[in-house]
Ligand binder design. Structure first.
Ligand code: PLP
Length: 483
C-alpha cells in the first residue's frame, strides 16, 4: 500500500517532485517505535506501535493530499515522532475523566449527576480495597443479606415499612411493575406518560415489564372519575408518575396521591408512585419550588414509591424502592431483583450518604448536590469575583472577563421551570468566537464545560467548587495562549 502511493506520485509529473521526496523520507515504524520506547514514558509497546502507524499514515495522507497540519512541520521525522508520542499518550488517558462543570446545571445527567461527599468517597475506597461483611452477618457468623445495610436507614428516613435498592430508578419502576402487575392493567393519567432523558418512557417500560397500560384523562386534565371508570377486573395498579423534565401549565387538573390511595384502598389495588428525583428534604424551606418528598408519598399511603439515588438525593446511582411490606416482599422475591442488584461500592456510598441525612444541618453542608442547590447568591458572587481576579492577574491583553448575573438549573428532571439566580464569569478572547473558546475549553486535559450566553462563553459559578477556581483560571489561560 505505501509503495503503491509513492509510485503513483512518482508518475504524476514534475509539479509533485518535492512531495515525492517528502513521502520517501517518512520514517519507518520501527524507528519511531524504538525512539519512543527509549523515552521511559512507560508506554506499552502495543500502544506505541499503533500510534506510530497512525502518525505515519496520517502524515502520508496529508502529504498526498497536499494539506497542512500544525504538527506537520519540518524536520519530518521529528514531527512524526512527536505526533506518535502524543497519540500514544492520548490513548493511555482514561476515557472517563473528571471535568469542571461550569454549566450551572446542578444534577447534570451528562456530567455525572451527583457528586459524592468526601466521607462517602473515603468509605467507598475502604470497602473497595478490602474484604467486607457485604453478605455476612457478623453477629450470627453466617450468611447475611446485602440489603439489610441500608433498609433500616431508608425506613427511618422515609417512614416506610420496607425498602429495596436496585441499579437505577428505571430498573426500580420496571421491576415493581413486573412483580406487581405483569399481565394485568395499570392505570396512568395521560398527563404523566412522559419521556425522561436517556429514553426512559413510561409506556415503553410498562410494555417491557409485561404490564398493560391503561391511559386515562387528557394530557392537561385528569379527574377522579377517569380513574374510577377505568377500574375493572383486570386492574392491578394505579400508577402516578412524576412528570420530571416536563410541566403541564395553564388549564390543568390532576388527582392527588391521597385521593388515588383512597380509590386504591376501596378497590384493593396497589398504588405506586414514581417520584423520579425523590427528595428526602423539602427544599421549599430554602426558596425552591415545592416538590413532593419521599416521606410525604409514603405518608399519603402509597404501597410503592420509587426514586433515584443520584438526583436530588445526592448519592450514588441507584433505584430506591420503599413502601409497604406486602408489596416490597413480592418485589424482593422476583427473580429479576437479583439481576438488578447493586454492587458493594454503590451500597457503601448509599449507606454513608443516607447517614448524613440524619443530621439536618450537616446534610446541607456536606452533600454537594444539596449544598449547590441552596447556595446563597452572595457566595456565588464571591466565587465569580475570585475567578475574575485570577484571570486579571494573568495580565493577558487578549483576555477579558466580566462577572454577570445569570440563572442556574436544578437538572435531573426536577423543577424544569425553576431558575436559580446565580453569577457567572463571561470570558472573551480577542479574535476568538464564543464557539471556538467553548470547544477549546472542552478539549483540555481537564475539560471545562461552560455555556454560551449572549454570544459569550460563560462559566456559571454555582457548580464550580471553591478549589476548582484556580483550575478554571489555569484552563482559561491555556486557551488564551493557544495562538
Ligand atoms: C429520572 C427518572 C427516571 C429514571 O431514573 P434513573 O435513575 O435515571 O434510571 C424514572 N422516572 C422518573 C419520573 C424520572 O425523573
Amino acid at each position: 500500500m505505501p509503495e503503491k502511493n509513492t509510485k503513483q506520485k512518482r508518475q504524476s509529473g514534475p509539479e509533485n517532485a518535492g512531495r515525492i521526496k517528502d513521502l520517501r523520507s517518512l520514517p519507518k515504524v520501527d524507528r519511531i517505535l524504538d525512539s519512543i520506547m527509549q523515552n521511559r514514558d512507560n508506554l506499552p509497546r502495543s500502544v506505541v506501535l499503533r500510534a506510530a502507524r497512525s502518525a505515519i499514515e496520517e502524515a502520508r495522507r496529508l502529504m498526498v493530499a497536499g494539506e497542512d497540519a500544525p504538527w506537520l512541520q519540518p524536520p519530518l521525522e521529528d514531527a512524526v515522532l512527536a505526533r506518535a508520542r502524543s497519540l500514544a499518550l492520548e490513548d493511555m488517558r482514561d476515557n472517563l475523566r473528571r471535568v469542571i462543570n461550569g454549566t450551572g446545571v446542578v444534577v447534570h445527567t451528562n456530567l455525572g449527576r451527583s457528586l459524592l461527599p468526601p466521607v462517602v468517597c473515603e468509605h467507598m475506597t475502604d470497602i473497595a480495597g478490602h474484604y467486607s461483611n457485604l453478605e455476612f452477618d457478623l453477629e450470627a457468623g453466617k450468611r447475611g443479606s446485602r440489603f439489610s445495610v441500608v433498609e433500616d436507614l431508608l425506613c427511618e428516613l422515609t417512614g416506610a415499612e420496607a425498602a429495596l435498592v436496585v441499579n437505577n430508578n428505571a430498573g426500580a419502576v420496571f421491576l415493581s411493575l413486573m412483580a406487581l402487575a405483569k399481565g394485568r392493567e395499570v392505570i396512568v393519567s395521560r398527563g404523566e406518560l412522559v419521556e425522561i432523558g436517556g429514553s426512559f418512557r413510561i409506556p415503553d417500560v410498562m410494555s417491557a415489564s409485561g404490564a398493560i397500560l391503561r391511559e386515562v384523562g387528557a394530557t392537561n386534565r385528569t379527574h377522579m372519575r377517569d380513574y374510577q371508570q377505568a377500574i375493572g377486573e383486570e386492574t392491578a395498579m394505579l400508577l402516578k408518575a412524576h412528570t420530571s423534565n416536563f410541566a403541564v401549565v395553564g388549564f390543568t387538573a390532576s388527582v392527588s396521591l391521597e385521593e388515588i390511595v383512597e380509590l386504591g384502598t376501596e378497590h384493593n389495588l396497589i398504588v405506586m408512585e414514581d417520584l423520579g428525583s425523590g427528595s428526602l428534604v423539602d427544599l421549599s424551606q430554602y426558596g425552591l419550588t415545592k416538590e413532593p418528598t419521599v416521606d410525604e408519598s409514603v405518608g399519603a399511603g402509597a404501597d410503592v414509591v420509587t426514586f433515584s439515588g443520584d438526583k436530588m438525593l445526592g448519592g450514588p446511582q441507584a433505584g430506591i424502592i420503599v413502601g409497604k411490606a406486602h408489596a416490597l416482599d413480592r418485589i424482593k422475591k422476583h427473580p429479576v431483583a437479583r439481576a438488578l442488584r447493586i454492587d458493594k461500592l454503590t451500597l457503601a456510598a448509599l449507606e454513608t450518604t443516607l447517614r448524613l441525612y440524619r443530621d439536618p444541618i450537616k446534610r446541607m453542608e456536606t452533600i454537594p448536590t444539596l449544598r449547590m442547590l441552596t447556595l446563597d447568591l452572595e457566595s456565588i458572587k464571591k466565587k465569580a469575583r475570585r475567578l475574575q481576579a485570577r484571570i486579571n492577574k494573568l495580565g493577558l491583553d487578549s483576555l477579558s472577563s466580566k462577572v454577570k448575573s445569570t440563572a442556574s438549573k436544578v437538572g435531573g428532571g426536577a423543577l424544569p421551570l425553576q431558575d436559580l439566580p446565580s453569577f457567572g464569569v463571561a470570558v472573551s478572547i480577542a479574535g476568538r468566537t464564543a464557539n471556538s473558546v467553548e470547544k477549546a475549553m472542552r478539549g483540555l486535559d481537564l475539560p471545562v464545560i461552560g455555556r454560551i450566553e449572549d454570544d459569550v462563553f460563560m462559566l456559571d459559578m454555582r457548580t464550580i467548587a471553591e478549589d476548582e477556581i484556580p483550575l478554571a483560571a489555569h484552563a482559561i489561560e491555556q486557551v488564551a495562549r493557544q495562538q
